[in-house]
Design a protein around this ligand. Structure first.
Ligand code: F6R
Length: 261
């Protein structure tokens, strides 16, 4: 795991966008794994700006989103499909239909989940997966107790996650769906490079477990300690509980710039 502590969201956005731009240069039809929520917004903003300036194209890239609420009407502004369209897809030059996501209204959810896994495999697998992390340590919506080998499936959201996400539902926790479809921890582990973003002190405990804790289903993100290529982009507040923060800073400072992340 490479831990990079940066001064602010803008620096996180620039470094995350560099990783994607470098990938697209090597592989223009790369497959991106896309998270929704606040954490990746700086990366999406930066990519939208570079795309508008003609410095990056996603014209041949493909994308798979991580998760989706079950049961929200398709035109609800908070379906993750609508959120990712608003925050990212509509602001760059993806080809129509290039970004797919779980169908939270599927009549047969297990069948849909198997098809989603098959579509990702058929696309060649995810080259770069962008992730956030929940205050309870979830990645995707793999809540505490998730199987460390899980694949795409339906999950029940924890009360904590629903409280955290009530901000997107006018503060009404009861309006936050109780279930979601999420890529599993095993699915996320199949991505070739994982870039996880966390900012703010409310993420500090989850980040501490993610990076320095024991691998455990209680803190699902810890499975990433077994992944060969994970980059964790943090601001100072999210890094504030890391025991080895000085070492991570020193290591990154000494890294030749050309290596990227
Ligand atoms: C979103 C997702 C979640 C979020 C996490 C953090 O697609 O899968 O794991 O990344 O809940 O959310 P934010 O970034 O809003 O703090």
């Amino acid at each position: 795991m490479e831990i990079v502590v940066l001064p602010d969201g803008q620096a996180i956005g620039a470094l995350g966008a560099d990783a994607i731009a470098n990938l697209l240069q090597r592989k223009p039809d790369a497959v991106l794994g896309l998270a929704t929520g606040s954490s990746p917004l700086a990366i999406y903003d930066e990519l939208a700006a570079r795309c508008a300036a003609g410095a990056v194209t996603l014209g041949r890239a493909r994308g798979f989103t991580l998760d989706e609420y079950v049961g929200l009407p398709a035109d609800h502004p908070e379906t993750y499909r609508n959120v990712i369209d608003r925050d990212f897809v509509s602001r760059v030059d993806f080809a129509p239909g290039a970004v797919r996501g779980p169908d939270g209204l599927a009549a047969d959810i297990p069948k849909f989940c198997a098809e989603y896994e098959a579509a990702m495999a058929q696309a060649g697998g995810v080259d770069l997966q962008i992730l956030g992390i929940g205050t309870d340590g979830h990645i995707g919506f793999n809540e505490p107790g998730s199987s460390l080998a899980s694949r795409t499936r339906i999950k029940t959201l924890t009360r904590q996650t629903r409280v955290d996400n009530a901000r997107f539902f006018e503060g009404d926790v009861d309006a936050v769906p109780t279930h979601c479809i999420t890529q599993g921890l095993g699915t996320i582990m199949s991505a070739r490079h994982v870039v996880l973003v966390a900012t703010g002190s409310q993420k500090a405990e989850a980040v501490h477990h993610l990076v320095e804790g024991a691998v455990s289903a209680l803190w699902p993100g810890t499975i990433l300690q077994h992944h060969p290529h994970v980059t964790v982009l943090l601001d100072g507040a999210a890094a504030s509980r890391l025991q080895l923060a000085d070492y991570y800073r020193e290591t990154y400072r000494a890294k030749p710039a050309w290596q990227g992340i």
